[in-house]
Write a protein that binds this ligand. Structure first.
Ligand code: 13P
Length: 341
């Protein structure tokens, strides 16, 4: 057995019980879309003010162990001139960084993408470390549709994820490995399960090929759910059963933690699903969250870009965060109180 490393410890610290990871790493184009749906202008200042609002919410550091940042935020200062990274560190929250350059059309595979960003990554990682980042994220996107995904696209994405994860560990980061099977489509939960299983098998084969240390990574998968255009909505028990069945078949027990993305589920659905899975524990891995939308939706809408709404938006955010803290322990109940389970 190889001895535990500092990176193994960091992976455990980021996912300790009752804690999770906030994804606040929306690219400028993505946050612009989210802001515009809430009538918020998208400028460097509004992005800074919004992220400051999140990071200074009440009891933030009691639950949020790490925050995934976008490059702009890693080098940004609050209105008072304090680097946002220092603000997090002072609170005991570990800064992380999204390092991929986004999903681009995969040549020869209409309707499919491959995530880019490997060129020059080692050099970027050195800069990110100097700026204070300690963990990284790379998101691969797998679409379900007629004849999709192809094995070519799944393999190209798995290979890139594994090369990224190996580089991140080489440079002293805990990599979050995020293969996201999209919810878009009219497929049912069984099809999502089959595609998620194939995707995770392919990803873990690539991670092994690239000698990635499983103890020092965090898996960030989709939950196994019905497609968004599928009229039937499976209840939380069914989502939990399917997701756990897929994870058990594909994710080695050496992986310390699985931190789910929310992927377009409503905040309440995402929390209930996580809770239902943890009620079925114990599992070989910790099960927690690394949500963006499911943590932020209420807060962003409440803030709406107005200084006078900051306290109310922070309260809305704190409520979501607290609910998910309970869900990591299978103790969430929608009334907002811890249940006795
Ligand atoms: P969502 O929770 O909104 O899916 O975002 C998570 C994430 O980090 C996507 O890369």
């Amino acid at each position: 057995m190889t001895p535990a490393t500092d990176l193994d410890q960091l992976a455990l610290q980021l996912t300790r019980p009752g804690h999770g990871i906030l994804a606040a790493d929306e690219s400028t184009a993505t946050i612009e879309k989210r802001f515009s749906s809430c009538g918020i202008p998208c400028t460097e200042e509004t992005r800074r003010d919004y992220r400051t609002l999140l990071f200074t919410a009440p009891r933030f550091a009691d639950v949020i162990a790490g925050v995934i940042l976008y490059e702009e935020t890693l080098f940004q200062k609050t209105a008072e001139g304090e680097p946002l990274v220092r603000l997090l560190e002072r609170a005991g929250v570990v800064p992380g960084i999204k390092v991929d350059k986004g999903a681009k059309p995969l040549a020869g595979y209409p309707g499919e993408t491959v995530t880019e960003g490997l060129d020059g990554l080692r050099e970027r990682l050195v800069r990110y470390r100097e700026a204070g980042a300690r963990f990284t994220k790379w998101r691969a996107v797998i679409a379900i549709g007629p004849g999709l995904p192809t094995s070519g696209a799944v393999e190209a994405n798995a290979e890139a994820l594994a090369r990224y994860a190996a580089l991140a560990q080489e440079q002293g980061f805990v990599p979050i490995v995020e293969p996201e099977v999209l919810m878009d489509g009219d497929h049912d939960i069984g099809r999502c399960a089959a595609v998620s299983e194939t995707t995770l098998r392919t990803v873990f084969a690539a991670l092994a090929r690239h000698r990635v240390r499983l103890e020092a990574m965090i898996l960030k998968p989709n939950m196994v759910v019905d497609g968004t255009k599928q009229p039937h909505r499976s209840p939380p028990e069914t989502v939990a059963a399917h997701t756990l069945a897929v994870l058990r078949k594909t994710v080695p027990a050496a992986v310390p933690a699985v931190a789910f993305l929310s992927g377009g589920q409503s905040p309440e659905e995402a929390t209930r699903h996580l809770d239902a899975m943890n009620r079925r524990g114990p599992h070989p891995w910790r099960l927690t969250f690394s949500f963006a939308r499911a943590l932020q939706d209420d807060a962003m809408r409440t803030w709406a870009g107005c200084a006078e709404n900051v306290a109310r938006a922070q309260d809305a955010f704190a409520r979501r965060v607290a609910g998910n803290a309970l869900a990591t322990q299978g103790r969430y109940d929608a009334s907002g109180k811890a249940s006795a389970a």
